[in-house]
Design a protein around this ligand. Structure first.
Ligand code: ATP
Length: 973
């Protein structure tokens, strides 16, 4: 039969054993009486057991208050108490636990001659006696007793029962869980033999009484009795189980200090070893008394290694601390009491030790394995099943919720796709309609066409709102579906009689989808001439921007909120870039992705380029067809060669500003131009900036403005000769044409915007707004200030305009340029871009001039003096033009108006030198601009240029539309 320790017990037994009881070590104190020697020496007993649990130090006067005088333990025994009482009332219960399969240990701790051996001899005898008595009373059980006696001396273990006195290799055996069996089963069953063994132990102690008696005081003796018991009926059977426990009787060496008991040499070494075990025992007890935290150094001594289970392990333990009452031993007594105090805090965890036969163990393990396997296979218990059911219900709810979300998202996706398709379809259909009808020209060509001017923006919105209730999708769809077309075609779009104004109005605006759709409806009734005229043109500038979300409806056209049905702003741009069939379509879905980075308040880079191209092409048209009698839309008759020629011309020409555009160079280095999109909530054009030109008598030209205004600015008449003369005059006299001016603006804006877009794509941390603000502040101007709040734009415009007036004057800017700019940019929010560009470059010029520096472009310097010279030259040119462009009567009126003698010398020079001479007088500026405009044939075509060729980089707005040409024209008059 094998013997197993706690670690080796099968799991089922371990589980049973986990019911082990925790208890504190039982600490007993036995105070012996003064012995004869002490009495002879006149020792005084300072210690007294005042009750069954308290020992009191009586000589408090001597000791003072530094130590406690009373110590309480589980049980204290006076000097007159017999060992039997100590056993019966103290150690017996613990010691006899062994018969129940529970390990137990009885320690005797105290200084030399305090009565440890005296006490332990009695405790061992009584325990063994009771064990045999127990065995005798339980005939149904079979018992096997094993007995061993060892001594630990100088950290060496010796078998006290061996006759050869050879040291035992006990530790190795103990570590293997094997108890040294020095007594056979048969001998231990005989009480007499046990007595003989105990006698033997006593005999050993007596042997060499002279030499060994002192040694015994300095060694640790351990008597160990192991009891195995099992039911007799199962003896020898495979399924037998056995209780197995051990009781230790430990007689420790004297706990006094080495200095007190040892002197030197071998004795000192012996004392060190003794105290090593005692020191380790004390350390272990102290640590255990504070809880089972950290490492417990059982292995630091043989004693603690052997008694490890009894010290805080699987055992019931009792420590009997023996005290000498003698005053001379008070220090040792206190040390013993301190040890006792720690020991009483140590907890052990005793449990019943069961030993199974090998076969029983295997059988048990097999049974346990089967049980575990069965648990895995069998369904879960009812209670667990209930939990699973609840979990399943929860999961089902989650699945349902997710399915609902998926459905909703799918719906939104489909809606968005549908929206995109509709927009594409509308565009494609529109293109087809225009292709089919051969119309690329302006609706104004459409004699008898039905439309209304006010519908432009609203129709655009209707397209945008195509997916909203009552939105324009029906109208949009009418272009695709005949079934609906009748409804829309039949709508009473009113034809206005002022077709010229309408033509200008629409020609000068960026046509919206809505407008195009309505116009397309009207195309069906166009007369052949109009169609033919339009059809001849292979160039047509048109731009459609259709942006829609609910956000847009609230005025935020290009900023998207992802909570909309479609997760992104849809920006659809259709450009009439070249022949209708060749129109490019670009679509930008502004979700959370990169597309956003290409948007600048509604402008994509492509859109910007398209607009710039539109401007350039239309200027080309005007230059190449300056004598065209068709309204603006028909100026599309432009050839590629003509465009090329113009570009060549432009490339040779200098900047309209004093002949040197060097400020472009600096603009490249300037900060970015802010995005536009300022039309939001535009409160209308500032009242104070409606042009009120003096009623100059421009005779026939005024009536021709609506038509001729579409032509080049330097084209005045209706004949080729005049045109040629004008062009020649313009070139010769170095008066910049409107197309040159626009080209310059375009280049400026392009550079600024280009930089802007690059910055945006680079996703620099500094926002555009911040950059702009910084750059603007750098030059001391803030053109965008207040613009974002469009309600303040009129005031802001006035502020910026005044600043520009001053800067023009300071920088000696060309008066023709001033005139163009003044007439083109009259306070629309969309003008802010150009206002900003102008402010920037003027500020740069001013700074450059003030520093005495020069701007350079194309190796031509631009300095303050050169700008003055250029301005004088320009005034001379204008003076010459006065005679060409104005009749004598007109000149006379002008002289009178400007306070110049009609017969004074150099009156033309006087007049031109006064033009744009007072930047603070707005009336003076208006009159100056009107005169210059007349001289350069600009007057009304300026607005046409601006609006028709998309100088505004922002989408059309209703406000903007309301300020149509007719309105502006009247103000010009
Ligand atoms: N309670 C007691 N009543 C009467 N005599 C006692 C008592 N305790 C001890 N003695 C006597 O004191 C002497 C020393 O006792 P004991 O040998 O048991 O001391 P010890 O602590 O074992 O010493 P050592 O550490 O040297 O072994 C012995 O002669 C013993 O008879």
């Amino acid at each position: 039969m094998g013997s197993i320790g706690e670690e080796q017990l099968p799991k089922v037994e371990k589980m049973q054993l986990t019911c082990a009881r925790e208890e504190k070590i039982l600490v007993l104190v036995r105070l012996r009486p003064l012995n004869e020697k002490e009495l002879a020496a006149g020792e005084v007993a300072d210690w007294e057991c005042i009750n069954e649990t308290t020992v009191l130090y009586r000589n408090t006067l001597r000791e003072g208050s530094t130590f406690p005088s009373a110590y309480t333990f589980d049980r204290v025994f006076r000097g007159d108490c017999a060992t039997r009482q100590v056993y019966d009332e103290g150690a017996k219960e613990v010691a006899l636990s062994v018969v129940s399969g529970i390990n137990s240990s009885i320690f005797a701790y105290g200084q030399t001659s305090s009565g440890k051996t005296y006490t332990m001899m009695g405790i061992t005898e009584y325990t063994v006696a009771d064990i045999f008595d127990y065995i005798n009373r339980h005939e149904e059980r079979a018992f096997v007793l094993k007995f061993s006696a060892i001594e630990i001396y100088n950290e060496a273990i010796r078998d006290l029962l061996s006759t050869d006195n050879t040291p035992l290799r006990l530790l190795d055996d103990m570590e293997k869980g094997t108890i040294v069996e020095k007594v056979t089963e048969e001998t231990l069953k005989d009480w007499g033999h046990l007595q003989e063994l105990l006698s033997l132990c006593e005999a050993q102690r007596r042997v060499g009484e002279t030499s060994l008696n002192e040694k015994s005081s300095r060694s640790h003796q351990i008597l160990r009795l192991t009891i195995e018991s099992s039911a007799r009926e199962f003896l020898g059977k495979e399924n037998s189980t056995t209780l197995s426990a051990t009781v230790n009787f430990v007689d420790l060496a004297g706990s006094e200090r080495a200095s007190q008991s040892m002197s030197s040499g071998a004795r000192l070494k012996e004392g060190c070893h003794i105290n090593r075990s005692l020191l380790t025992l004390g350390t272990v007890i102290r640590k255990l008394s504070k809880g089972r935290h950290g490492h417990i150094n059982y292995r630091d001594s043989k004693l603690t290694r052997l008694l490890q289970p009894a010290l805080g392990g699987n055992a019931r333990t009792a420590i009997i601390c023996t005290l000498s009452p003698a005053r001379s031993h008070v220090e040792q007594t206190r040390n013993t009491l301190l040890f006792a105090c720690c020991a009483k805090e140590v907890t052990t965890k005793a449990q019943v030790n069961v030993v199974m036969s090998d076969k029983a163990l295997v059988k048990h393990l097999q049974k346990e394995l089967a049980r575990l396997e069965s648990e895995l296979r069998t369904p879960v218990p009812a209670s667990s099943a209930g939990d699973y059911a609840a979990l399943l219900r929860k999961k089902d709810l989650q699945i349902q919720k997710m399915e609902k979300e998926i459905k909703e998202l799918t719906k939104q996706r489909d809606l968005a796709e549908s929206r995109i398709k509709d927009l594409l379809r509308m565009i494609g259909h529109e293109q087809n309609l225009e292709k089919g009808s051969g119309i690329s020209g302006h609706p104004s060509q459409q004699a008898g066409g039905i439309w209304e001017d006010e519908c432009s923006v609203s129709e655009s919105s209707s397209i945008i709102d195509s997916h909203f209730p009552n939105g324009g999708i029906r109208r949009s769809n009418t272009m695709d579906h005949d079934k609906d077309s009748g409804t829309n075609i039949g709508e009473p779009y009113q034809l206005q009689d002022n077709t010229e104004e309408n033509s200008f109005s629409d020609a000068s605006s960026m046509l919206s989808i809505g407008k195009k759709l309505v116009s397309s409806n009207s195309y069906a009734s166009l007369d052949d001439n109009a169609v033919g005229a339009a059809g001849d043109g292979d160039e047509y500038c048109k731009e459609v921007q259709c942006v829609e979300t609910e956000e847009a409806r609230r005025g935020n056209l290009y900023e998207h909120n992802s909570t909309d049905d479609y997760d992104g702003t849809l920006s659809l741009s259709v450009s009439g870039d070249g022949p209708v069939a060749g129109r490019g379509v670009s679509m930008v879905a502004n979700g959370d992705g990169e597309a956003t980075s290409h948007m600048q308040n509604g402008f994509t880079h492509d859109t910007f380029e398209q607009r710039l191209n539109h401007v350039q092409r239309t200027i080309d048209d005007l230059v190449s067809n300056p004598n065209d009698q068709y309204p603006l839309s028909s100026t599309a008759e432009i050839s590629n060669s003509a465009r090329t020629n113009l570009r060549k011309t432009w490339s040779r020409r200098e900047n309209p500003m004093n002949g040197s555009p060097s400020w472009f160079e600096k603009l490249d280095q300037s900060e970015s131009t802010p995005p536009n999109g300022l039309e939001k909530q535009f409160g209308g054009r500032p009242e104070g900036f409606h042009r009120k030109f003096p009623a100059l008598s421009y005779d026939a030209d005024i009536g021709k403005l609506s038509r001729n205004g579409s032509r080049s600015s330097f084209e005045s008449g209706s004949t080729d000769d005049i045109r040629s003369q004008s062009i020649q005059a313009s070139v010769d006299e170095d008066i910049p044409s409107i197309n040159t001016f626009v080209a310059g603006l375009k280049e400026m804006a392009q550079k600024t915007y280009g930089k802007h877009l690059v910055d945006a794509e680079a996703q620099e941390t500094e926002s555009m707004a911040d950059k702009l603000e910084k750059s603007v502040k750098d030059i001391g101007l803030d053109p965008m200030h207040g613009v974002e709040n469009s309600h303040d734009w009129p005031l802001e415009f006035e502020k910026q305009q005044k600043a520009i007036f001053e800067l023009w004057h300071t920088c000696n800017v060309s008066v023709v340029h001033r005139t163009y700019f003044f007439l083109l940019f009259r306070g629309d929010p969309t003008d802010s871009i150009y206002m900003e560009v102008e402010l920037r470059r003027l500020s740069f010029l001013k700074e450059t001039f003030s520093q005495g520096s020069q701007a350079v472009r194309s190796n031509r310097p631009l300095t303050l003096s050169s700008s003055i010279k250029a301005l004088h030259s320009e005034r001379r040119m204008l003076s010459k033009l006065m005679r060409k462009r104005l009749s004598e009567e007109e000149r006379k009126k002008l002289y009178q108006r400007w306070g110049i003698g009609v017969n004074s010398k150099r009156r033309r020079q006087q007049l031109t030198s006064r033009l744009w001479s007072n930047p603070k007088d707005i009336d003076h500026i208006r009159e100056s601009a009107s005169v210059v405009a007349k001289l350069v044939r600009f007057v009304e075509q300026g607005q046409a240029f601006k609006e028709m060729f998309g100088l505004s980089f922002t989408p059309p707005s209703s406000r903007r539309k309301s300020l149509a040409w007719s309105h502006s024209k009247s103000s010009l008059m």
